[in-house]
Design a protein around this ligand. Structure first.
Ligand code: NAP
Length: 434
């Protein structure tokens, strides 16, 4: 029998478990650990609450989770409750699928001022991640600056712009909805250090900005390259740029009825966050793009703002005893191999890029490497050994069956039209399993 421990129950974790089942069938036992009592990682805490169809992928993970040879062990923090070397002693292979839950830093003066948030904490706040449930962002100013031109920046700009009615059917948590209700924002500036041809936003997500009730996107036509230059772009990117062109064509009169403008500020690189007790603005330098890189022109200006959200990418959290590549912000690995018996998959392996589906080949890839490396296994104790350790340490391990009770309780307390109202405190999650 082979014993595999997977750390992290998001997409990379469950696809790796699915791959292990396909590889070894009844000859493998897989334990999936998560620091939270609830599964699904990024699907629960990262995917936007108004993108419920994307969250539907958890049905696939549930099929894996409910099979006899896969087990969920929630509320277990690896590195605190159990160490990686301890797991390596118990399991033939340990796969770190812990994602990239930490914000990359801007490394600019003022970035620690109140009112400046990384996207991990801001997204975690509106998605009810227990670590960020108390964030309580200040939306009393009229301008927010969102730094970055990726899909996370789009999510944040859209969530900041929607009316309460537009959240019907979403699972945005009640505390976020209440704060958003008090918002005085009139302007959301999306700041990109490069130009329209270098955005990381995908067409479907950009297109959503055209259908908001009280908000409308604004693009300065002068920022757009000649139309003929779009022919050089790959098709998806061309569609994204077409959206920007349609935003640039919105007549000025349209904005008279618009409560919130979502303004794209291209060729604009942040230089400093300004303010004394809290953020008051951001100093920005105009850039040009040379050989694909943003180059400062020396021209600077200030955007007054009461809220800044940095959506510039994520990094993996280091775990004691695991080699970490500080520069890349992920575990040091060679195509997923970290040390003998220790592997990584998903964002923890390759950094925060790609879609949820990209994690599937990743999971299958790491399992084929494990199969090459470990043969038929070394007679490790696996879950029996972990259970003994958990009992000795009084760990309160949450099972998948417990999660189904928590899930039912969240569905039971949902607002009208919402799929669920998440518990945002670990104690409440644990209490809900009865
Ligand atoms: P991303 O796509 O890598 O975008 C990061 C953005 O931050 C880029 O525009 C980048 O500009 C900018 N940036 C980085 N460092 C900066 C700095 N120091 N100053 C100013 N700007 C800076 O990352 P993401 O938006 O966090 O998304 C992560 C992944 O999740 C992506 O693969 C994304 O597609 C995916 N995702 C998908 C969805 C969806 O499908 N609905 C939703 C959310 C996220 P440069 O290009 O100039 O570096």
């Amino acid at each position: 029998m082979l014993h595999i421990a997977i750390i992290g129950s998001g997409p990379a974790g469950y696809y790796t478990a699915e791959a292990a089942q396909k590889q070894w069938g009844d000859d493998v036992r897989v334990d999936i650990f998560d620091m939270l009592p609830v599964p699904y990682g990024l699907i629960r805490s990262g995917v936007a609450p108004d993108h419920q169809s994307i969250k539907g992928v958890t049905r696939r993970y549930e099929t894996t989770a409910l099979s006899d040879n896969v087990r969920f062990a929630g509320n277990v923090m690896v590195g605190r409750d159990v160490t990686v070397p301890e797991l390596q002693n118990l399991y033939d292979a340990v796969v770190l699928a812990t994602g990239a839950p930490h914000d990359r830093k801007l490394h600019l003066p003022g970035e620690d001022l109140p009112g400046v948030h990384g996207s991990a904490e801001f997204v975690g706040w509106y998605n009810g991640h227990p670590q960020f449930a108390t964030l309580d962002p200040d939306l009393s100013g009229d301008t927010a600056v969102v730094i970055g031109m990726g899909n996370v920046a789009l999510d944040v700009a859209r969530i900041l712009s929607k009316t309460r009615a537009e959240f019907v059917g979403s699972d945005i948590v009640g505390h976020a909805l209440d704060v958003l209700d008090t918002s005085k924002l009139r302007r959301v500036v999306v700041l990109g250090r490069r130009g329209p041809h270098q955005i990381m936003m995908t067409p479907k997500e950009l297109g959503e900005l055209s259908h908001l009730t009280r908000a409308a996107p604004r693009v300065d036509p002068q920022d757009l390259p000649e139309v003929g230059e779009d022919a050089l772009l790959e098709p998806g990117m061309r569609k994204s740029v077409n959206h920007l062109r349609s935003f640039a064509a919105i007549p000025a009169s349209h904005y008279a009825d618009t409560e919130i403008e979502i303004e794209f500020d291209f060729f604009a690189s942040p230089r400093a966050i300004l303010g004394t007790d809290k953020v008051e603005g951001i100093e920005v330098e105009r850039t040009t793009v040379e050989a694909g890189r943003a180059v400062g022109t020396g021209e600077t200006y200030v955007i007054p703002a009461g809220l800044v959200v940095c959506c510039i990418g994520y990094q993996t959290s280091p775990i004691p005893d695991v080699p970490f590549d500080e520069r890349a912000g992920r575990f040091a690995n060679d195509e997923g191999r970290i040390l003998p018996g220790l592997y990584c998959a998903g964002w923890a392996r390759r950094g925060p890029s790609g879609t949820i589906g990209t994690n599937r080949p990743d999971g299958f890839g790491i399992i084929s490497k494990i199969a090459e490396d470990i043969g038929t296994g070394a007679g490790k104790q696996g879950r029996a050994g972990f259970d003994a350790l958990a009992q000795a340490r009084n760990l309160e391990v949450v099972t998948f069956r417990d999660w189904k009770k928590i899930e039912a309780a969240e569905e039971g307390r949902a607002r009208d039209g919402a799929p669920r109202e998440k518990f945002v405190h670990v104690d409440d999650m644990i209490a809900a399993r009865g």
